[in-house]
Design a protein around this ligand. Sequence first.
Ligand code: GDP
Length: 318
Amino acid sequence: GIKCGIVGLPNVGKSTLFNALTKAGIEAQNFPFCTIEPNAGVVPVPDPRQDKIAAIVKPDKTIATTMEFVDIAGLVAGASKGEGLGNQFLANIRETDAIAHVVRCFEDPNVIHVANAIDPLADIEIINTELALSDLESCEKRLQKVVRTAKSGDKESVAMKSLLEDKLLPHLNEVQPVRSLMVNDTEAELIKTLHLLTAKPTMYIANVAEDGFEENPHLTAVETLAAEEGAQVVAICNKLEEEIIELEEDEKLEFLETIGMEEPGLNRVIRAAYQLLDLQTYFTAGPKEVRAWTSSRRHRSTSRPCHPHRFPKGVYPR
Ligand code: GDP
């Protein structure tokens, strides 16, 4: 299946988000075992097009396509040097196809911030630095290997050597994520083989207060940074989502209307993660079931770096 890792500093709201996502999964009756491991859950991907088809076909059941979210707790400064759960946790990230980076943009004196101040950019930098340092180490190791094989004239080694020396290492030494590096198709293929953390498609989830969707300088800061990286931002209030998810279906609609939302924010998170992977959905429909399926849009590395300016400012996808 497709996996999206939820990362972020401690106390930013990762587990709250994960729990809400998992419960959202349970509510769609078709997925009886949503929490497959304590920290992994399968959730249906909400798709209004499927609802429209179902409204016409009126099948016995509707089956959404799914994706898996993994709550990767424990990232702290120094993880790449083995602090905290360190390497284990970096290994968990390596297994994912995409990264949802949760950033705290809410003030709450009752919730301790690891660095004692709400500063989303500083938080993002801590995480991104650990990931970049880990990639730097992987690239240095690989360089040591290819230096030897390149000498014997192996073509791929020669290409890898110059990619590492001329592009990847200088970029990572500047603590820049590989996803923001401009590369051609051949280089993208080579990068794929390195399984780098900062090459994974990444989005930011700004966890804001109930009234923090507008005129929130923390959120603006995250959006500005994300725009520079060509990354998406989904603003969500995880605490609110936690409450919404507990409501019955009709109560839910009423509550959403009261707060001026068309749908739970979780839907946006799930769709944004799905879009991040550049997946395509197709539908099959009959009296028994209307079902959504996932296929890759094209043969494209999930870790293919993208040029920042190819993307519009970080608005979540529909
Ligand atoms: P994690 O360490 O990143 O997994 O963070 P948790 O999800 O465990 O959240 C840490 C604390 O922050 C908990 O006490 C949550 O109830 C609280 N929290 C999470 N999201 C929000 C939010 O949007 N607003 C407020 N005020 N508190 C939140």
